[in-house]
Design a protein around this ligand. Sequence first.
Ligand SMILES: Nc1ncnc2c1ncn2[C@@H]1O[C@H](COP(=O)(O)OP(=O)(O)OP(=O)(O)O)[C@@H](O)[C@H]1O
Length: 220
Amino acid sequence: MDEIISMNDVTKSYEKGNIKALNGVNIRIDEGDFVSIVGPSGSGKSTLLNMIGALDKPDRGHVKVAGQNLLENENLSKFRAEKIGFIFQLHNLIPTLSVRENVEIPMYSQKIDSKEMKKRSFELLDYMGLKNRANDNITKLSGGERQRVAIARALVNKPSIILADEPTGSLDSENGIKVLNILKKLHDDENVTLIMITHDQQIAKMANHIIKMKDGKIIS
Ligand SMILES: Nc1ncnc2c1ncn2[C@@H]1O[C@H](COP(=O)(O)OP(=O)(O)OP(=O)(O)O)[C@@H](O)[C@H]1O
């Protein structure tokens, strides 16, 4: 399989070097892999995910994602919009917009006409079982429904990589399973590379590979 993400001796410190959030991390992830990241609070999981998504820069080391060296890339927002879909625990949806408008946000920076935007957002909302909620204000939806909107938004630019930080963390188990099944189906059907942080051992086992972190290092 082809490599899609690699990190070489990546180090990231905070508080003038007192906290080593990442301490010499090496990874290789192949196209189409489903990887879960586990480890205690503060072990560096979010920092690792943010490095892959070019939301953060290492102090030292190399990060290569989808063939691009992120330290040399001068247009990281374009890179993010085209290659990466982000799903966060608190889903960062915009409360003043409708469901459909929230899904369309990542397309605004691309040169996509409004008809095509509408077509894509309806398709994805249909896939998520939310087509009839498209014009509702986002605040009318339940937590599980909002998380499905966040997944639709992450997919709208057809990214090759999805980064999910505790995507089921704020959901009850029934809704959590629904969201996970959607992510798993995406991975199986579309060959999307899926990288997910979780605290739940059972959920972690759904992945093909598990990265275990401790004190800024990968321990297995
Ligand atoms: N912006 C920041 N400023 C200072 N310290 C930070 C910052 N971001 C992270 N850290 C520190 O870096 C370390 C790793 O944090 P990180 O958020 O990556 O851990 P995590 O494994 O994702 O934790 P959790 O499971 O609690 O979300 C922690 O000690 C954290 O306090």
